[in-house]
Design a protein around this ligand. Structure first.
Ligand code: PEP
Ligand code: MN
Length: 269
């Protein structure tokens, strides 16, 4: 695989990415949390306040949603981005949101601190090149049928346009297993970190699609060496407009956060 820019160098150093007061890739554990989609002001502000109080350091919230059905909730668009940014500012949390279209890259860059490329767009090369031209970090989710090589080469596309602040996100791949939404490939974490300089975040919410797997897979992701996690959290998952079945409520998120620090500390010793 020909990786010129993102490949591991002889000194084994990793890329450290700074987003306001948050650092990804320096050995600390970063938790990105928030709803699948921004729905209302109350929903995003309540979630931001709670996840901040539990130690999350970045707020997520989709505004342009890639939904499998055109009849499902598509996100609030620019209004959602505004609410996300306001909530992030209110609780000192940098924010991340997905960009789906080359025509919306500058709009996203206006509101979000990190631009997310979703699994469905991992091989949208025009979009990769477009986010490669901006000066904000990009989180590249692994495509649902992408090999490790496809994924790293997609990251190389972004880097080749000048933007090397790339965060990889393992979010599960499609396999014959139908019980889970996706099969979370935790072996990709140490592999990607071995081959590339980029930090790797694990998303057990989309990676499993099942609420009860989020906690155990989060623990495993940290044990596998992930630089952080991305967790879907909603004040009332039963009423969420998207991905409620894989979102944690506040009590569950609190419980999860309590379990992470000891595992992370143990690994650093
Ligand atoms: C998301 O994180 O909002 C999302 C849509 O995830 P994925 O692209 O991994 O399906
Ligand atoms: Mn989601």
């Amino acid at each position: 695989m020909e990786l010129k820019l993102i490949s591991k160098k002889e000194d084994y150093s990793s890329r450290i990415i700074k987003i306001k007061n948050v650092i990804i890739g320096d050995g600390s554990l970063v938790v990105i949390a928030g709803p699948c989609a921004v729905e209302t002001r109350d929903q995003i502000f309540k979630t931001a306040e709670f996840v901040k109080s539990q130690g999350a350091s970045i707020l997520r919230g989709g505004a342009f949603k890639p939904r499998t059905s055109p009849y499902s909730f598509q996100g609030l668009g620019e209004e959602g981005l505004k609410l996300l940014k306001e909530a992030g500012e209110a609780y000192q949390l940098p924010v991340i949101s997905e960009v789906m279209d080359t025509r919306e890259v500058s709009l996203l860059a206006e509101y979000a601190d990190i631009l997310q490329i979703g699994a469905r767009n991992m091989q949208n090369y025009s979009l990769l090149k477009e986010v490669g031209k901006i000066k904000k970090p990009v989180m590249l989710k692994r495509g649902m049928a992408a090999t490790l090589e496809d994924w790293l080469l997609a990251a190389e596309y972004i880097a080749s346009e000048g933007n090397e602040d790339i965060i990889l996100c393992e979010r599960g791949i499609r396999t014959f297993e139908g019980y889970t939404r996706n099969t979370l490939d935790l072996s990709a974490v140490p592999l990607a970190k071995d081959i590339s300089v980029l930090p790797v975040i694990v998303d057990p919410s989309h990676g499993t699609g099942l609420r009860q797997l989020i906690k155990p897979m989060s623990r495993a992701a940290i044990a596998a060496g992930a630089d952080g996690l991305m967790i879907e959290v909603h004040p009332m998952p039963e009423g969420a407009l998207s991905d409620g079945h894989q979102s944690l409520n506040f009590r569950e998120f609190e419980d999860l956060m309590e379990q992470l620090t000891p595992i992370h500390q143990c690994l650093r010793k």
